[in-house]
Design a protein around this ligand. Structure first.
Ligand code: ADP
Ligand code: MG
Length: 316
């Protein structure tokens, strides 16, 4: 509890008050429940962050709808109107590097501010974190992960790998433990199953019990080359670097080529790796020189980008 006290000196009496003594209009705002001004402000900021992600129009629209729906349900509940049960478990379909984890993190924070989840953190797991080596081990491992995720979101990458091993595989045990966890912690845990689109669709079809439990499906399309370049600019801007015109042409070429080869196409993670690699190549290029201008310190050249491509393991 906030408490302010004045140090007692000679002739002084200790003056102590805490905010329980304050009149209502002077109460600090920050501990008010969600739905208050601060909460609304935080929500606006999170939505702005979502909006600033490049592309993802469909994803943004859907998150906007979920936000509106949850908010109105909350207000209806206050007015004692009938409310839909809020099942907010989700399926994210899309290739690697299309923004699934990034969006899941934002949704967690959004739900926290909206009062849907007490913590809103994200625990990202994959098959190896859930499946054990002997009977009973899997349920135990899965329960441990659920415990970590309580109050937030459990994000399971390549979720279908739990169902791939056939009837005797321990993956099934993990699915059962997850379903039980979802039921035991209805108001305290949201699950997001993520992975490649076709595999996710197969997974949901072959596990009818999951279909009704995961009503929200979001598809993450591959980024276009233009979007990937915009993502590169954004990442560089944050680090106070920029691409020279030549570096930009080179990056465009690399992206178009990987698209033709169908490897990592539309993948923002590839862009991040290339950018980070190019930044290191620029450092190597400049480090031995005596004077380097501010401009040069900020600029990634075509040469840096070429070097970056060569040192990128996925391009060899
Ligand atoms: N729309 C976007 N705008 C800006 N950066 C993005 C965008 N999508 C993804 N990124 C960045 O690309 C990287 C990979 O994204 P991530 O969310 O991990 O993809 P996924 O989970 O689908 O594999 C992260 O560094 C992320 O910040
Ligand atoms: Mg991810």
């Amino acid at each position: 509890m906030a408490r302010i006290s004045f140090r007692p000196g000679p002739g002084y009496r200790v003056v102590e008050f805490n905010r329980q003594n304050l009149p209502a209009e002077k109460q600090p705002k920050k501990d008010l429940p969600p739905g208050d001004d601060q909460g609304q402000k935080n929500i606006r900021e999170i939505m702005k962050e979502l909006d600033q992600l490049v592309g993802l129009q469909g994803v943004k629209k859907l998150v906007g709808e979920i936000h509106a729906f949850v908010e109105i349900q909350r207000r209806r509940q206050k007015e004692k109107l009938a409310t839909e049960p809020q099942v907010l478990h989700m399926i994210f379909k899309g290739n690697p590097g299309t923004g699934k984890t990034t969006v899941a993190r934002i949704i967690g924070r959004l739900f926290k501010e909206m009062g849907v989840l007490p913590k809103g953190h994200l625990v990202e797991v994959e098959r190896a974190d859930l499946v054990g080596e002997y009977i009973g081990h899997t349920a135990q491992k899965t329960r441990e992960q659920i415990k970590k995720a309580l109050g937030g979101i459990m994000f399971i990458d390549e979720a279908y790998s739990l169902a791939r091993g056939g009837e005797k595989d321990f993956g099934r045990e993990a699915i059962d433990a997850l379903v039980k966890g979802m039921e035991d912690h209805k108001d305290n845990l949201i699950l997001i199953l993520a992975g490649y689109r076709h595999e996710m669709e197969w997974f949901v079809e072959t596990n009818p019990g999951l279909r009704s439990r995961f009503p929200i499906h979001i598809t993450f399309p591959d980024y276009t080359t233009g979007e990937l370049l915009a993502i590169a600019d954004l990442m560089l801007q944050k680090r106070q670097y920029r691409l020279s015109a030549g570096a930009r042409d080179e990056l465009r070429l690399i992206l178009e080529e990987t698209r033709l080869n169908h490897i990592h196409s539309g993948n923002a993670r590839l862009v991040r790796n290339l950018i980070e690699q190019a930044i290191r190549q620029q450092a190597v290029r400049l480090v031995r020189r005596g004077h380097v201008s501010r401009e040069e310190l900020m600029t990634i050249t075509r040469e840096d980008m070429l070097q970056a491509r060569q040192s990128n393991p996925s391009n060899r």
